[in-house]
Ligand binder design. Structure first.
Ligand code: DI6
Ligand code: FE
Length: 408
């Protein structure tokens, strides 16, 4: 009798439903790509086509990286080195460096080249148990180049065992063609770029960079109105370097998430709590930029705002391709607990993508996205730096790793 497609037994579960949601000495069964049964190993009621001995490892939901700019061409290690040799950020920027150097490289790359350069970064995340990945555009800044970035993101989801959600970030920076004409660029985004990309099915959500060096709250609001007219959810890079009231703005639009948040005000927190907007924390950018103002973690906790943690993988401010290290940084730099960090990379990250009914925890009916870890307890995932204890991954009910039998 083969009732189930896959059973994993001899595992300890951290379901991430209600804290860690620990189930020791457990088994979990999969049918039609979804979780069909969870319980104690001794109570396993039916047999399966494939049975895997987890050998006492821990099973968590597959990790979710809910904020990345992982598709881009080139890198900025030359600028990193120049700055450490004394060059100022302004001088680099005046010489055409900074974000525009990534825009030039990304515009110049073919689809195939952009994919080739992005894949090693994606593979680094997948090796650490990531099964869902958000990918933004925002280094094209014209319609064909933004479309190219989003197509490559879709290709990653189609070719690799990972669920990809795309975000259109046309309002990331002002392209040189529009120098001094930011309002005209926002108009082009709202009237031409976004509608065309949405019709092509390339956009799952709409993002913007609301900042003194980005776009104003009024310009951000215009982008959100255009998204709303197309039925697309919104999210925002908010309060990273200054308090622009971006978190309250995105919350008022029923936004999925407000991200960064180092300069978030109490008023912003209250709007987020009221509208269920997730706080996405990005410690990699804080670390790499050597920022000193931490996001208001205690106040977010007190208000009951769900907190997610992500890499912000990008070439300028967070060249980070380890979600486990982002979790460690959230704990060491900002005093998140390891349990909060793991929730931030699973159940709350799922909510930040609007996928909370689909993935992010181990619950009957959800997609079978698992990561299997050779660890002693869940806190190990936030504790170790640079060790990858992931020994197996299931994405949509399918083993991603070739091993069907774990080494002892
Ligand atoms: N905030 C950031 O820190 C990055 N983008 C954003 O919206 C910067 C991206 C870059 O420098 O390439
Ligand atoms: Fe970002």
């Amino acid at each position: 009798m083969h009732d189930w497609d896959l059973v994993l037994h001899n595992v300890h579960l951290a379901t991430m439903e209600d804290g860690y949601g620990e189930v020791p000495d457990a088994a979990i069964a999969v049918k039609d790509c979804r979780i069909a049964w969870i319980g104690s190993g001794a109570a396993l009621p039916a047999s399966s086509a494939v049975t895997i001995d987890g050998k006492g490892c821990w099973l968590t939901p597959g990790l979710i990286d809910c904020h990345t700019h992982i598709v881009h061409a080139g890198n900025r290690s030359d600028e990193f080195e120049a700055r450490l040799n004394g060059a100022s950020y302004e001088a680099i920027s005046r010489a055409g460096g900074g974000i525009m150097s990534t825009v030039r490289a990304t515009r110049a790359a073919s689809d195939a080249e952009l994919l080739r350069q992005s894949l090693p970064r994606v593979q680094a995340l997948l090796a650490e148990g990531v099964t869902t990945l958000e990918i933004k555009s925002g280094y094209g800044l014209d319609q064909p180049s933004e479309a190219k970035m989003l197509r490559v993101a879709r290709t990653i989801g189609a070719r690799l065992p990972v669920t990809v959600r795309t975000s259109f970030l046309g309002a990331h920076a002002l392209p040189p063609e529009y120098a001094g004409r930011a309002d005209d660029y926002i108009d082009a985004i709202c009237r031409q770029m976004l509608p065309a990309l949405a019709v092509d099915g390339l956009v799952d959500a709409v993002d913007a960079f609301c900042e003194r060096i980005g776009f104003t709250p009024a310009q951000t609001q215009q982008v959100f109105e255009a998204a709303q007219a197309l039925g697309l959810p919104v999210k925002l890079h908010a309060e990273q370097l200054s308090d622009q009231g971006g978190a309250a703005l995105v919350a008022r639009f029923g936004g999925l998430s407000a991200d960064h948040l180092e300069f978030l005000s109490q008023e912003g927190i209250e709007h987020m709590a009221r509208h269920g907007t997730v706080a996405v924390l990005l410690p990699g950018a804080y670390f790499f930029l050597r920022e000193t103002q931490a996001p208001p973690i205690a106040a977010l906790r007190a208000a009951g705002v769900p907190i997610a943690v992500s890499t912000d993988c990008n070439p300028g401010t967070s060249p980070l391709t380890s979600l486990l290290l982002a979790m460690n940084m959230a704990c060491t730099l900002w005093r998140l607990t390891p349990q909060e960090a793991l929730a931030g990379a699973t159940i709350h990250a799922a909510r930040a993508l609007g996928l909370q009914h689909e993935t992010g925890s181990l619950a009957v009916g959800k997609r079978a996205d698992f990561a299997l870890w050779r660890i002693a307890r869940p806190a190990d995932l936030s504790y170790a730096m640079g060790l990858n204890p992931c020994v197996g991954v299931v994405h949509g009910g399918a083993w991603r790793t070739p091993v069907v039998s774990l080494p002892d």
